[in-house]
Design a protein. Structure first.
Length: 427
């Protein structure tokens, strides 16, 4: 049985079944909750194609300018039918996921091959549910997988993919932090490719007359409050079950549900600063790992730490944020990790548990959560505790990787980068 399951054909059968199931759930079973964002994408593209009113080019937008591209591709097939657009969107995501899965199944530099990372990723998609396909994050996650697989062996490709992803949904850009710390020549191999991609995007927006809105995604969500699913909102979610002065309200502008009560406004404001400080601390840890001459081994644990910080120390708590976590875990499961097999098993298992609880809350229990259901609130609290546990695990993993030998799993030029990085930093 094990031999059959590890055969690539079994992976592709599983791949097809998983994506077919998530498509049916999102398009047929629960479209109003699971795929409501996809229909918003359709509407934006309809306005652009039918009336010439394009996001960023003609008005400020909540997403980076590059997000227009993946939304437009299904729109070229049609923007009138909600179901038609959603099906085409799912096909686009499935194709991208297929590329990432194929990359996960490729033979490793030492000649071995493993299906563990690919199987785990499919399990992750099932655990997260239809949100894994029905959000813009579904476009950038396979790009993140490909970027992390490229790693320091092909840092320019990795940097370009991360930057492309950042112009679609910001988060992949954070992976540039561990990549910069891991390569020997960060300016030439990471910064320059990233700037080239940025130049292309900014130039295209400027040519379209939208340069004034190029950074609108950074300011359009500044008025966002404390989202009900966010980790920091946990005490208020509990309090809302019996206190009348703590309530869940809809933010009409951003179409998100936020917790409102004594101290929530202050907490949301503090998180803006706290997130920046937390990312700064992660950068410091990554540079410390570089100084130890262990930058390559720390790349993947550092990538996970960077992403879990963006999830935990954030006033936004949307379920699709957890999709980001799939990329570094799937890649780590496909190659040895300096943080240790036991640590990786704990990380992978806890991540699956967290996303499974997330699906219970959204989409299936969301209306009950908003109406004050104690059981769903308890599940959300448990999910948030697991996210905090993942943050702790990520810190432990990075510290262990920084003290271990660099992985021999990377290509020769990557190992040269690691050794020369130690010389540059004095390690």
């Amino acid at each position: 049985m094990r031999t059959r399951l590890t055969h690539p054909a079994a992976i592709w059968v599983g791949f097809g079944l998983v994506h077919a199931w998530l498509t049916v759930v999102g398009v047929v079973i629960a479209p109003l909750t699971s795929f409501n964002d996809v229909d918003l994408y359709r509407w934006w593209m309809h306005l652009g194609l039918a009336e010439g009113q394009w996001p960023v080019l003609d008005y400020p937008w909540v997403y980076p300018a590059g997000a227009v591209a993946p939304m437009l591709l299904p729109g070229l097939v049609g923007t009138v039918s909600t179901v038609g657009y959603a099906l085409t969107w799912c096909l686009l995501v499935t194709l991208l996921d297929g590329l990432a899965t194929a990359a996960l199944l490729r033979q490793r530099p030492d000649g071995s091959r493993t299906t563990t990372g690919a199987w785990w990723w499919l399990a992750f998609l099932v655990a997260l549910g239809p949100v894994a396909l029905g959000r813009l994050d579904a476009i950038v996650v396979p790009l993140m997988v490909l970027a992390l697989l490229a790693g320091v062996g092909r840092p320019r490709l990795a940097a370009a993919l991360m930057t492309v992803g950042a112009w679609i949904k910001v988060a992949p850009g954070a992976l540039l932090l561990p990549l910069v710390a891991a390569v020997r020549r960060p300016v030439r191999d990471v910064v320059v490719p990233a700037l080239v991609v940025c130049g292309v995007v900014v130039g295209a927006v400027a040519a379209g007359g939208g340069i004034g809105n190029i950074a609108s995604f950074l300011t359009d969500q500044s008025a966002r409050g404390l989202q009900v699913e966010s980790v920091t909102a946990t005490p208020w979610v509990i309090a809302s079950l019996w206190r009348d002065d703590v309530v869940i309200r809809l933010n009409d502008v951003l179409n998100t549900w936020e917790i409102v009560g004594p101290g929530t406004t202050t907490a949301a404001a503090v998180l803006d600063t706290a997130l920046a400080l937390a990312v700064g601390l992660v950068a410091g840890l990554l540079w410390w790992a570089r100084a130890q001459g262990r930058s390559v081994a720390a790349l993947l644990p550092g990538a996970f730490l960077t992403l879990i910080v963006l999830v935990v120390v954030n006033k936004v708590g949307s379920p699709q944020l957890l999709a980001w976590l799939a990329a570094p875990v799937a890649v780590m499961l496909g190659r040895p990790t300096a943080a240790g097999a036991r640590w990786l098993r704990a990380l992978a298992t806890t991540t699956l548990a967290a996303v499974a609880l997330t699906q219970v809350v959204f989409p299936w229990g969301y209306l009950r959560l908003l109406s004050g259901n104690e059981s769903i609130a308890a599940i959300l609290v448990l999910r948030n505790l697991l996210l905090v546990a993942l943050l702790v695990l990520a810190v432990v993993g990075l510290l262990r990787a920084a003290k271990a030998d660099d992985s021999d799993d990377w290509p020769d030029d990557a190992r040269d980068d690691a050794s020369e990085a130690a010389e540059v930093s004095g390690g």
